[in-house]
Design a binder for this molecule. Sequence first.
Ligand code: NJP
Length: 237
Amino acid sequence: KDQTAIVTGASRGIGREIATKLAEQGMKLTIVGSSSQISETANELKKMGYTNILPVQADVSKEEDMEEVVRKTIATYGSVNLLVNNAGVGFFKLTEEVTLEEWKKVFEVNVQGVFLATKAVLPHMKERKSGTIITISSDVARYTIPNGAAYTATKYAVQGFSGSVAQEVRDYGIRVGTINPGMVDTYFAESTQGLPEKKDWLKVEDIANAVVYMASAPNHMLIDEIVLHPFAQQYPI
Ligand code: NJP
């Protein structure tokens, strides 16, 4: 209650559901997306009765955008208790077919975006000596998949990033963790949510519930990582 969260990539998919579940918990929210869809998502949440929803159209890979997101959140609500680094893009191609531009783009959103959002909230959280930072990584941060060299590399990167940050901020009472899902039914990698072939995949609620659980851990408890998969998923480990 009376807590504030920033959720990136909240226009649709997992991020939208994380925002919904956090609002349900009574949190005040800043929701971030790079397209104008973010305002429509904010309106839908308001129609559900959640009043403290601030949409900010911002690109996580741009430093000034993420600084602005944090500035606006503090100006509106006075604090940031939780950052959920959820924005990310799925990208799957044979390595020799990946262009340098595509490689850079996936890293800009999935890795640079996590870095910039985290960097923007840290001074505030350190000053308050509290806060939680949760990054939606992936179970591919634990193994490798063909056609996924770029995407997999980004998720290994954020895993390493989060672990290092967790150690840096421990003495400030700030908790940092990752949630690593297997296949989730969303719009990921230019897909559509709700396709019949994805009926056995994880649902957006599964990930959102994990965020609520991790974020509401009692002060004496740190959850570094939650890994969850569809029961039906086969592993190319
Ligand atoms: O994907 P999708 P998910 N700046 O495409 C936003 C991870 N994950 O929900 O920018 C700011 O439905 C975009 O909004 P907009 C995955 O790696 C997934 O599945 O307005 N926002 C949209 O709201 C990612 O980290 C699966 O178009 C940006 C959202 O991101 C996270 O889950 C498996 C942005 C993407 O929604 C959420 O992905 C797994 C930018 N530059 C991990 N670019 C899975 N689905 O199977 C995009 O292991 N967005």
